[in-house]
Design a protein around this ligand. Sequence first.
Ligand code: SF4
Ligand code: ZN
Length: 155
Amino acid sequence: MTTTQDHRWRSQARCRGTGIGAFFSRTGETTTEKEAREAQAKKLCEDCPVTRECALAAILHGDVGIAGGMNDDERALYRRRLLRSGDLVAGPGRRIAPGPGTRRLLCEHCRRRGKYAGRGPEGLRLITTCWTRWVKAGRPTAVPDPVYKPRRTAA
Ligand code: SF4
Ligand SMILES: [Zn+2]
């Protein structure tokens, strides 16, 4: 699978440095055990600022276990949704890649060009910096402005 993905988000992963046991199924575990284990892992994902990146990377790499707050089945559904919306596209050999509109994007908040990260308030398509700032602020109804002034392109 693609190796050109930006993995800087991993430094913000809530599960970083924790035992990863809860994220993966154990041989012979019962349904009850599975549910308890998954709930424990998902608790970490709940306030993780990089769930979307994590889920997307897991989909692109075909990872198993809890990632992006979802188990394998839930992520399969999410994957189908992204394929329907065009955020992911299936290429030759059913290889999954980010959709053409999702790679470089003129951020609908700051109008800077960058990597598409996700939809913010009112469905705004945001680049990574704005999306991360918005998520860190607790997903308010407006994207908080960056500390620096967005550069204006001369008309
Ligand atoms: S979403 Fe969950 S699995 Fe992914 S980085 Fe965050 S805490 Fe870890
Ligand atoms: Zn922006």
